[in-house]
Design a protein around this ligand. Sequence first.
Ligand SMILES: Cc1cc2nc3c(=O)[nH]c(=O)nc-3n(C[C@H](O)[C@H](O)[C@H](O)COP(=O)(O)OP(=O)(O)OC[C@H]3O[C@@H](n4cnc5c(N)ncnc54)[C@H](O)[C@@H]3O)c2cc1C
Ligand code: SF4
Ligand code: SF4
Ligand code: SF4
Length: 347
Amino acid sequence: MAHDTSYLFSTLYSQVIAPESKCRGCGACVLVCPRDRLVFKGGRPEQVSGDKAVCPENENGRCGLCAMACPQLNPHAQPEHSGDEPIIVAARTTDPELADTCQDGGVVSSIARRGLESGRWSSFVGYTRDETWRPAPLVVTESGDVLKTAGSKYTHTSIDSGLRTLHAQGLASKPFATVGLPCHITALRRLMEMGSKYVKGMEFCIGLFCSKAFSYQRLVQDKLINEMQVPIRDVRKMAIRKGAFTVTTLSGTDHRIPVKKLGDYGYEGCASCGDFSAELADISVGGLGTDGWTIVLIRTAAGKEVMQDAQAAGIIETADREQFENALALLDKLTALKRKRAEKHNA
Ligand SMILES: Cc1cc2nc3c(=O)[nH]c(=O)nc-3n(C[C@H](O)[C@H](O)[C@H](O)COP(=O)(O)OP(=O)(O)OC[C@H]3O[C@@H](n4cnc5c(N)ncnc54)[C@H](O)[C@@H]3O)c2cc1C
Ligand code: SF4
Ligand code: SF4
Ligand code: SF4
């Protein structure tokens, strides 16, 4: 796609950044800015200096790449699918080390590992965390390092810094795979449509199911650390289990916040988002309350090939979907609920 100079930062600002909860914080605009004029502040992009609503580099029809990249201004068409409906399987890793570290069935980490080991991909862009559970992107080139990305970090993050690092390392034009929340996947597809150099080699994207993500400041800093006095450096896992957001420490102590009380800690942009199952991903994955399994929606030909290869290599095993009817009913329910919530909010 050619660079369309009719795009304006001022339009991006007035239609997406300024209105409450229109911006999903994906980071596509920050990533493509050739002048480093955009930074995240309070979960939204902002001009580094000067007038918030205009960009000086955008005068006389120059640039506008940020507005061109925003998936909120440019909704994406569906990619080619392997059929009208996704193929649904339940799968889990056969690797005990991964099973111990992953969030659900370890499918994401297993196929990332397999893709690197087999040489299908040169790198995998995932998300690790620091010792206070702040998420951070990680470019992985050695299959052994995939373990560093396993597990869910429930606070919102963006795609820009991971892809910048990938590009700086000369890996963005080589075959790579990545993982992300539905808002990330939508942004990645928009970047592909633009022919962005940051996704030139992107061959595969794994989307995570997502009801909402949380604000790091409000959930982790204010609630868990300050109010509940959770020893954050000792936290082993965070998960949504049996109606509660559950934080488990290395000693096995659980700290719980009922799901009904989580509303106060949500990331602002999530209110307008209606995509639960990452509809533009090659495969979409979630736990849906299963114990140690990942429910996988295979959406594209590439998704089918990668899943078949992982199974043939013995790195994942699958189970009969009949055993997971409750989870599949939950998938339908959460998909419909999220769409309805967004429609109501956006009306
Ligand atoms: C914010 C959030 C909300 C979610 N909501 C739901 C839900 O409502 N229902 C449901 O069934 N599942 C939800 N999931 C997905 C679920 O938690 C698991 O990620 C999924 O089942 C895959 O499990 P796994 O064991 O196969 O993945 P693993 O092998 O453990 O790999 C997890 C992958 O997720 C990536 N990741 C972790 N945190 C983030 C993040 N913040 N942003 C982008 N990528 C990240 C890691 O890089 C890693 O590659 C959510 C995940 C997140 C991060
Ligand atoms: S118009 Fe160009 S220089 Fe200005 S913020 Fe957007 S991408 Fe950056
Ligand atoms: S939705 Fe993404 S691309 Fe659009 S303004 Fe927000 S962070 Fe930027
Ligand atoms: S609900 Fe999930 S996918 Fe939607 S904006 Fe929030 S984090 Fe992104």
